[in-house]
Design a binder for this molecule. Structure first.
Ligand code: HEC
Ligand code: HEC
Length: 305
């Protein structure tokens, strides 16, 4: 039963609403005052800031930005990467469960993008991946980080990968000497030498590339490169994964013809994308890379990541 007073006195509910409205008004007014005070301060702070527009003062330069050290890397990692890759780099951050492909577990030694035969990335490879991200997966690019921050992050990623392997070894065999476990982890994660791409021919034989593509690649990427037909591919985590739509322009490892040739030559470890046969000829390699490039909607053969 509702108890509406009939004599025009506001009901307790109305009072509450009126009070709330009055409170809100006070808030709006004081926020406005703060805004104008802040605006005045910022305007004074920005020397010669013209036209009445608010020019925010530059934040003080962070003296840490250019420091390259593991400590710095772990701090930048804690601020930006833990949410997906987890505090120890196991790929188990709070956001990880929603992401497919999963954020990388650094201790597993699986890295997709690199320039070596071993399947492991060099420091430059890891730095490039951090800088450019791995879209269309949900690994974001980090253009805002300084070189010092990226170099330090590479040290952090390596450190987490090594420490994770050591911890795993010692958990299984507690008497195993830590020094030896460390040496083993370093050896297991050593990227080895970089692949030298064969010299690029002066002219690309795109028809030859198309023939190689049709025989070797179309089974996953479709004859037209759109990768719509296969839905049975899975990655190393047993999660479904699609081959790349080669008519798009967003690749995980860059879209220059050199990037594509490198992906063809060494495959994408951890995904079903295989490395080309070791004896693939330079002509087949470059003409296929050129053909892939020709499928891109932009058709811009010179663009790089
Ligand atoms: C929003 C989630 C997210 C954040 C934040 C994130 N990553 Fe990732 N990262 C991923 C995912 C997802 C992958 C796996 C992509 C794939 O397998 O295609 C990945 C992969 C990687 C890889 C593996 C590269 C390779 O070649 O396989 C490295 C290294 C990496 N991330 C470093 C970082 C660093 C350093 C940061 C912080 C600056 C960071 N990530 C922040 C989601 C994230
Ligand atoms: C067994 C299936 C399979 C075959 C065969 C295959 N690919 Fe792939 N390819 C994939 C998958 C899956 C991905 C996506 C991997 C990922 O996103 O991590 C991929 C990704 C790519 C990419 C994108 C790389 C990047 O940086 O994002 C290119 C380019 C590519 N493949 C070209 C080729 C070419 C050229 C051939 C033939 C020489 C080929 N692929 C053969 C499955 C395959």
């Amino acid at each position: 039963m509702s108890q509406q007073p009939e004599d025009g006195t506001p009901s307790p509910r109305k009072w509450v609403i009126q009070l709330a409205a009055a409170g809100l008004a006070v808030c709006v007014v004081s926020a406005g005052t703060f805004h104008y005070t802040a605006k005045a301060v910022f305007q004074r702070a920005s020397a010669g800031g013209g036209g009445g527009d608010v020019t925010l003062p530059r934040p003080p330069a962070d003296p840490m930005r250019d420091v390259v050290s593991l400590e710095h890397g772990l701090a930048v990692y804690a601020a930006n990467c833990v949410t997906c890759h987890g505090p120890q780099g196991f790929g188990d951050g709070p956001q990880a469960a929603q992401l497919i492909p999963r954020p990388r577990n650094f201790t597993g030694g699986n890295f997709k993008i690199g320039t070596t035969r071993s399947g492991l990335p060099t420091d430059d490879d890891i730095a490039g991946t951090i800088r450019h991200g791995m879209l269309p997966a949900l690994m974001p690019p980090w253009p805002q980080l300084s070189d010092g921050e990226v170099r330090s992050l590479v040290m952090a990623v390596r450190h987490l990968a090594v420490e994770g392997r050591v911890a795993d070894k010692l958990a299984r065999d507690p008497k195993f000497p830590r020094e030896k476990a460390l040496a083993m982890a370093h050896a297991a994660l050593d990227s080895g030498p970089v692949i030298a791409l064969p010299p690029k021919p002066a002219k690309f034989d795109v028809e030859r590339g198309k023939a190689f593509y049709t025989n070797t690649c179309a089974t996953c990427h479709d004859p037209d490169g759109r990768a719509k037909l296969r839905d049975d591919l899975v990655d190393n985590d047993e999660n479904p994964i699609a081959a790349r739509d080669l008519t798009g322009t967003v690749f995980k490892g860059g879209t220059s013809i050199e990037d594509i040739a490198m992906r063809i030559l060494r495959g994408i470890p951890g995904s079903p994308m295989p490395a080309a046969p070791a004896d693939v000829s330079a002509d087949d390699l470059w003409s296929t890379a050129a053909y892939v490039k020709s499928l891109q909607r932009s058709g811009d053969v010179s663009s790089s990541r």
